[in-house]
Ligand binder design. Sequence first.
Ligand code: ADP
Ligand code: ADP
Length: 226
Amino acid sequence: MANLKLKQINKIYDNGFHAVKDFNLKIEEGEFIVLVGPSGCGKTTVLRMIAGLETITDGELYINDSFMNHMAAKDRDIAMVFQSYALFPHLTVYENISFPLKINKLSREEIHNKVKEVSEILEIESLLNKKPSTLSGGQKQRVALGRAIVRKPKIFLMDEPLSNLDSNLRTQMRIEISKLHSKLDATFIYVTHDQIEAMTMGTRIVIMEDGKIQQIGTPQEVYENP
Ligand code: ADP
Ligand code: ADP
């Protein structure tokens, strides 16, 4: 698990656009933070700066009290799941999930055990030999989650992971992701524009507008006293 501190973070893109403005947030170990707000308000930019995929123009990012601004993405112990599943089409489900482990040079047996554990948690054991093109949207998203959790990252970033799914499947996956959060000992930061997702999954909700934090609170605080 990890705690994070975002101190006075700003992002100005190369074209001069000021996408994130004086963003201050402390995230405790094991929280499930949901970032909500209209399209274009800067949610993805915040996630990408935490992941190290986007530079921080100004301000400071700390993870477990270490200054992270200049740490390479691959050294951050963070996994990210996207709206588009970003699975490798030519690899089987087994190979997709084991991919991050192969990069870390684990033994075949260790890889096998970890893929088995993850596929049991996500109930995708029967899909291991299939190619992504033969899977449903919900199955693909489970595989993408599997590939993200198999390394046991201490921080889990998710960018609208359910927005390509139909509403029944969304409900089901919401429950799955909440379960994962309680099983995994990880800190989750989840971007959505869906209020139901925010209310049912978040320990705290951060509402953004025009690059700035507008409100922070528990689901009750945010939606009962707007
Ligand atoms: P959200 O995730 O809330 O929809 P984003 O963080 O993706 O918002 O984008 C915030 C703003 O920054 C948007 O206006 C977007 O057009 C702009 N933006 C995103 N990426 C870039 C970029 N590489 N260069 C310039 N502007 C960008
Ligand atoms: P290699 O490095 O030779 O590709 P891997 O450790 O990735 O070896 O596994 C060998 C093959 O066995 C892979 O192609 C993988 O798809 C398959 N495999 C291993 N375990 C399972 C499993 N539990 N279910 C499905 N396929 C598996």
